[in-house]
Write a protein that binds this ligand. Sequence first.
Ligand code: AQP
Length: 324
Amino acid sequence: MRIFSGIQPTGKLHIGNYVGAIKQWLELQLKHKCLFCIVDLHAITIPYDPKNFQEVIFQKAVEYLACGINPEKSIIFVQSYVKEHTELTWLLNTITPMGDLSRMTQFKEKSKQFKKIVGAGLFNYPILMAADILLYQTDIVPVGKDQQQHVELARTLARAFNRKFGKTFRVPELMLPKLGAKIMSLQNPKQKMSKSIPRSCLFLVDEPNVIREKIMTAVTDPGKEIVYDLKRKPGISNLLTIYSLFSEMPIKKLEEDFKGRGYKELKKSLVKVLVQSLEPIRRKRKELLKREVYVQEVLNQGAKKAQVIAQSTMTEVRKKMGLV
Ligand code: AQP
């Protein structure tokens, strides 16, 4: 099966990105042909700094590798290196209903967040994402819950294109993790942990003292009981979810272990688990930051391999649309 997923080069990876996307990628790359993209063209739909953009992209590639994405097994590449993404986006624009785009939750949220400069790029973002996915004849898209609506649009567009021009695209399936599809903010457990709200995040590269500070000050709920209950205890439920994902211990077992013990004990123990689990990523990242030539070569080779697939799809698409 063919797998495609991507992350924007905006800020550092947080534990939500890790469990929502990357943890799934690590398992999938063992069995399937995977393409993991750094989606720089998506990142420029919100304010960004062109002067350090290449550095942010490089850092994202380092983070992918440090997490264990293996360039021998998977194709790792930067979206803008493969021009076919923008070409297919334009062609899919012509069959995308405006109504579908205006219903997108991410557009509504981001246009509130960046009120002064809501460009057409932000509105059309889901079409670019559909192009990313369809270009590679993707079977499975492993992402977090916040991207579900966008993957559904990709499915809709694949079907619409196939109906109108003849069978061309595979219709991709969404893959959400069973646990951790939406990790919540440490400061407001009713809001998603989000790169664009840094204080909501625990970053993969946070040093032990920062992890301790963030977890010990994470917002919890009234009462003392340590139980998973999203309505009554969203803060504790979020911490139990994170604990379970990084310790591989079921939530039920954690509830039993922490019965009669306070929130502080849960937090202290979670700090230990996170410091230990994230240490190898932190260490590997520091090593890779010194290997600029190697990382760049991974991206160049990745783009070459991705382009072969992208060009083959585009030849077919152009033919079907009467453009050749
Ligand atoms: N809180 C989260 N819990 C689980 N999964 C998450 N993802 C993002 N946040 C969570 C998943 O991580 C991947 C990153 O996609 P992106 O780079 O497009 O970023 P995003 O979805 O917009 O979320 P971010 O990283 O937190 O950034 P902003 O600030 O833009 O909201 C996707 O698979 C996403 O589902």
